[in-house]
Design a protein around this ligand. Structure first.
Ligand code: ATP
Ligand code: MG
Length: 455
């Protein structure tokens, strides 16, 4: 993309309404625009990151054997009357009436609808196990929407639902989700710690929340510091292997890590004092096993091996896709702006032309731009007629992990500068070496992916 042709409405001033750094930086870098309290337009740069995050979520769900579909945002109230949640959900639910006076609602989650799909089409235990998921907009009329996309009213969520014959199979589905979430967050450059949590309105006593540690987090968390040393890394996992998935769950959940809802001082006191941590965290996902809570009242049954109909065991599993942008920025920024992890960056590299209009500099930039694209990279070329300082400030603000600076003085010796946004380190090299270096840097990032299931 050429910046002169892009739409990047950066703000010079700090927006007054933003209380936390991620909200401020998303507004300043032209990623989002607020349209109403907790409701945002995603401007091109923000939309690009949102899509990258979504893509990683799709890839890791597919890898785990989970199947994408798409349910609507609007749902008939009658489905929710069957589960009893139409009345229970309260004011967070946005209720709508259509021209025929039928009650609808803007879905805050999809347990009822997916259970309806299941009971309409699945009849036998032979069709299990089954896990379906979608990435769709949700609406919750939060009493206090704040912190930008972190606590919106309209927000994008991945929600997945497993259907299994037995409790044991459903707990394996739970473990599969835990493993796939660990991989998902790590690919985004995040450490998200599974913590024992509380069931809340979705119900269920078997649940973990994934928390990213950050001072601005809304949850108070208590944990054994050893847990922050755990990395999932690039280990290979067979998602059908129950023992292997169970071992990962045990590894990542055996140390003390709880939110304030389930915190227990007496148990926490058994953690050696120098390892006890009390901090704040951002919830970026949650997994639940809730057995037959929905399948029983809604009649989601299958014919079991002995010929009798039994209600299926279910769980639901969510990732806060739009909240993740805020969480990543809270975890990765400095006083100049965002620092995107390579896995989610909107553009892989920025090219800064120090002397726009100079024939040799322009043509070196054009050649770099073409070569990077030919290598499968997505560069942003700042080809505007601006001062170098302004170009650098924009690149730092929007947080691309790498910048190539091209000027006539360097070019005379066939050199450009390659700068890391994170370390600030700059190295001189030939344009060809810069392209080589960047392709090598992104090779593992691309290798971590899978072909798009939606394609
Ligand atoms: P919270 O406790 O933050 O209100 P929740 O536990 O009600 O969230 P879940 O039902 O577990 O949310 O939804 C799955 C994920 O969706 C959450 O882990 C979170 O990352 C995200 N999420 C929930 N509510 C919002 C919101 N208002 N804005 C943005 N993301 C949200
Ligand atoms: Mg939750």
């Amino acid at each position: 993309m050429r910046l002169s042709r892009y739409f990047l409405p950066v703000l010079k001033e700090d927006p007054k309404e933003a209380q936390i750094v991620s909200h401020r930086l998303m507004l300043r870098s032209g990623m989002i625009k607020q349209q109403a309290a907790g409701i945002y337009s995603w401007l091109p740069l923000g939309f690009k990151v949102l899509r990258r995050i979504e893509q990683i979520v799709h890839e890791e769900q597919t890898r785990a054997g989970h199947i994408p579909l798409l349910m609507p945002t609007l749902q008939p109230a009658d489905l929710w009357r069957e589960s009893g949640r139409y009345d229970d959900y309260g004011e967070e639910m946005l209720r709508i009436r259509d021209r025929h006076k039928r009650d609808l609602l803007y879905g805050p989650t999809n347990e009822e609808m997916i259970t309806d799909i299941f009971r309409s089409h699945v009849n036998s235990y032979k069709d299990l196990p089954l896990t379906l998921y979608h990435i769709q907009w949700k609406f919750r009329d939060e009493i206090r929407p704040r912190f930008g996309v972190m606590r919106g009213r309209e927000f994008l969520m991945k929600d997945g639902y497993n259907f299994d014959l037995t409790r044991e199979d459903a707990l394996h589905a739970y473990n599969r989700h835990l493993v796939s979430y660990l991989r998902t967050y790590e690919r985004m450059g995040l450490q998200a710690i599974p913590m024992r949590a509380d069931g809340g309105p979705i119900g269920g006593d078997y649940t973990h929340e994934f928390l990213v540690l950050a001072e601005t987090g809304e949850s108070e968390v208590f944990y054994d510091s050893q847990i922050t040393d755990l990395k999932f890394g690039s280990r290979d996992i067979d998602y059908d292997d129950k023992a292997q998935c169970q071992a990962v769950l045990e590894e990542f959940t055996s140390r003390y890590a709880r939110t304030d809802e389930t915190h227990d001082e007496a148990v926490f006191a058994q953690v050696p004092e120098d390892r006890r941590r009390v901090a704040r965290g951002i919830e970026v996902g949650q997994i639940f096993y809730f057995g037959t809570k929905y399948s029983e009242p809604m009649g989601a049954t299958v014919v079991g091996p002995d010929g009798a109909r039994v209600p299926v065991h279910m769980g639901s599993h969510g990732i806060g896709v739009s909240r993740l942008l805020g969480a990543i920025i809270e975890a990765s920024h400095d006083d100049k702006g965002i620092i995107w992890p390579e896995g989610v960056t909107p553009f892989h590299v920025g090219i800064v032309n120090l002397k726009q209009g100079d024939v040799a500099t322009d043509s070196a930039c054009e050649a770099l731009y073409a070569e990077l694209k030919a290598r499968g990279l997505d560069p942003l070329y700042d080809d505007r007629d601006e001062r170098a300082g302004a170009k650098f400030a924009t690149m730092d603000l929007i947080g691309l992990p790498w910048r190539i600076t091209v000027g006539p003085r360097g070019l005379a010796a066939n050199k450009v500068e390659l700068t890391s946004r994170r370390s600030g380190e700059t190295t001189e090299m030939s344009p060809a070496e810069a392209v080589e270096r960047l392709s090598a840097t992104y090779r593992p990032v691309f290798a971590a992916g899978l072909p798009s299931p939606a394609a």
